[in-house]
Design a protein around this ligand. Structure first.
Ligand code: DGL
Length: 265
């Protein structure tokens, strides 16, 4: 049996967005091998029901555990909000989502305990961030807003476009008025809009869940003596639809060329 340390980490997302998490994991844990799965045939998850997201997540978990991963990171905020608690109970491999690391980080950096949360419709409707924030800090005030146009804007590379700024103003003005001092970017794609979001939310600390989860995973692996001793790890990319468009967008996310294999779950 391969030693646990040398096994890969599995990361999954509805598509390319989770590459922000893969990028952070590569930065904080350079020696790890990663198996990345992007469900490009069924993206977006952000407007789908819990039942559907849970079914997709189970199929992906079966694929990743077959690959012998030592841990799974659910990079997708929507799947973390709707499916994480169920799949955690169903598998022996540790499964980590993005909600808890993002929540802990936001409470650490917030001084007035007024926290903003933005995400997809399904993430915000689930109330997962709010519940976790209140469980950790009962006195905190949480202001949430879904931003459904942000994902297509990112996928179409409208990172710093005036149209994106206008939409960000429309989405975020309500939260800004609530005097939050930290804002959780509760969607894989939003770290790519940090510049625009930062302009609208001047002075507010932005919590990038991808960085928070990578630090969290590093701690967890080291605590369990499960971190790889390799110097440099590799990433294998798998997708459920044509790899071409995934690889094109992945190049923007990762600032490097990648190749991916299509698999049918
Ligand atoms: N990955 C999703 C999330 O973080 C965003 C894209 C989608 O809607 O599938 O919520």
């Amino acid at each position: 049996m391969r030693s646990l340390k040398n096994r890969p980490i599995g990361i999954f997302d509805s598509g390319v967005g989770g590459l922000t998490v893969a990028r952070s994991v590569r930065k904080y844990l350079p020696g790890e091998n990663i198996v990345y799965f992007g469900d490009t045939a069924r993206v977006p998850y952000g407007n789908k029901s819990r039942e559907t997201i849970l079914r997709f997540s189970r199929e992906i978990m079966a694929f990743l555990t077959e690959k012998g991963v030592k841990m799974v990171i659910v990079a997708c905020n929507t799947a973390s909000s709707l499916a994480l608690s169920a799949i955690k109970k169903e598998y022996t491999v540790p499964v980590i989502g993005v909600i808890e690391p993002g929540v802990k980080e936001s409470l650490k950096i917030s001084t007035n305990k007024r926290v903003g949360v933005i995400g997809t419709r399904s993430t915000v409707a689930s109330g997962a961030y709010k519940k976790k924030l209140l469980a950790e800090e009962p006195s905190c005030r949480v202001f949430s807003r879904d931003c459904p146009m942000f994902v297509p804007l990112v996928e179409n590379r409208f990172f710093n476009d005036p149209a994106t700024l206008r939409i960000a103003e429309l989405y975020l003005s309500g939260i800004r008025k609530r005097k939050v001092d930290s804002l959780i970017l509760g969607c894989t794609h939003y770290p790519l809009l940090k510049t625009v979001i930062g302009k609208v939310m001047k002075g507010v600390k932005l919590v990038d869940s991808s960085v928070a989860v990578a630090k969290y995973v590093k701690k967890a692996l080291e605590a369990e003596d499960m971190a790889s001793s390799r110097k440099r790890g590799k990433t294998a990319y798998f997708v459920s639809d044509d790899p071409g468009s995934f690889c094109r967008v992945a190049r923007i996310f990762l600032k490097q060329k990648v190749s991916a294999r299509k698999i049918i779950l």
